[in-house]
Design a protein around this ligand. Structure first.
Ligand SMILES: Cc1ncc(COP(=O)(O)O)c(C=O)c1O
Length: 368
């Protein structure tokens, strides 16, 4: 037997393209408006900040390994069973844990064409095979997803609403997807932007989790709650799924400051309402202004929009990105999501939104 000259990662690991976060720097001397990671312009609840600070004098102690206070707060807010909630270091960690627990070598994980990048990473890291399904009009297509399921499929990931497209599937469609899946396939509903959605036919999936054995819904505190820096996610699932994930997670996977701040954030419903109101107003305004400039925008129900710069129009997304960056307006290039001719813009403060529109007007009329 020949011995390798050094350790090599398991198959699949080196096929992963490491996740590249949204840019966060502006040129020297220019005010930065970071609109690249779907963070909230309102920041966190002041009550969450206060709760975070209360931890400063207790840093030598391990946190509560079961995040009880946070789970109780979430359960109270949404009327859920706290025993079926699992918290994690961002929903990213939970997506990785789910994949690690339910998908093994050669198993298939299904997600859609412009789906969140972490699904591919998690599947490859677990030794599985990513199966990418075409979307229709930048929207997940239930029939196409069901058509991609094989006896090797273990997980189907659906971001609803999806990042970076901002599109969503009505709950009836999600239920149709679930009904068409074999009972041994896990349906992961990633509802990172659920709180922003203002549509009567939308549901995050709690109801489906409650009545099925093969559905997990994931949520995050990184978006509407403004706590991205603390890395807090949670999931709701059947007891047998929570039990499996509990066995493989880190024993203290959520830090104490995150537990305290998250619990306080959930309780501050007025802050969330203000964030929803801000987003509704500026999502509509920004979309309309971009359309007035002649740009195509994919209709979004989240706190971000996908702006298209068709090559035929002679002005590329790459040039627009460079132009905006010069003015401190940092959007997200989405070529890695299969969208080389688009940029994703987070709905920002009034000032930032107005600056983007003014800058794009200048860009399109070729003025510097
Ligand atoms: C669809 C989707 N899921 C999950 C996440 C991860 O969020 P977290 O910060 O909780 O890891 C994001 C963040 O961008 C996202 O857009």
């Amino acid at each position: 037997m020949t011995t390798a000259s050094r350790p090599f990662p398991r198959p699949g690991v080196l096929d992963i393209e490491a996740y590249v976060p949204g840019k966060s720097a502006a040129p020297a001397g220019v005010k930065l408006h970071k609109l690249s990671s779907n963070e909230t312009p309102l920041g966190p609840s002041p009550k969450a900040v206060e709760a975070f600070q209360s931890l400063a004098s207790k840093l030598e102690f391990y946190p509560d390994g079961s995040s009880s206070k946070l789970r109780t707060a979430i359960a109270g807010r949404y009327g859920l069973d706290p025993a079926r909630i699992l918290c994690g270091t961002g929903s990213d960690e939970l997506l990785q844990l789910i994949t690690k627990a339910y998908l093994g070598d050669g198993d298939e994980g299904v997600f859609t064409e412009h789906g969140f990048l972490v699904y591919r990473i998690a599947i490859l890291a677990a030794g599985g095979k990513p199966v990418v399904v075409r979307e229709k009009n930048y929207t997940a297509d239930v029939d196409a997803i069901l058509g991609a399921v094989t006896p090797r499929t273990k997980i189907v990931f659906l971001a609803n609403p999806n990042n970076p497209t901002g599109t969503y599937l009505p709950f009836d469609e999600v239920k149709r997807l679930h009904a068409g899946l074999p009972s041994n396939v896990l349906l992961v509903l990633d509802a990172a932007y659920a709180e922003y959605v203002r549509r009567n036919d939308y549901a995050s999936g709690l109801e489906l989790v409650a009545e099925s054995e093969n559905v997990v819904m994931t949520r995050t505190f990184s978006k509407i709650y403004g706590l991205a820096n603390l890395r807090i996610g949670w999931l709701y699932a059947s007891a047998h799924i929570v039990d499996a994930l509990d066995r493989i997670r880190g024993p203290f996977n959520v830090n104490g400051a995150a537990i305290e701040a998250g619990a306080a954030a959930v309780a501050d419903e007025a802050h969330v309402a203000a964030a929803i109101e801000h987003n509704e107003k500026w999502l509509a305004w920004t979309t309309a202004e971009l359309e007035k400039l002649g740009l195509t925008v994919t209709p979004s129900v989240g706190n971000f929009i996908l702006i298209h710069f068709p090559k035929a129009a002679g002005k590329t997304a790459k040039e627009a990105d460079a132009f905006l960056t010069q003015r401190g307006l940092i959007l997200r290039a989405v070529a890695s999501y299969g969208l080389p001719d688009a940029l994703r813009m987070t709905i920002g403060s009034e000032e930032a939104n107005r600056l983007v529109i003014a800058a794009l007007a200048d860009f399109l009329s070729a003025k510097a």
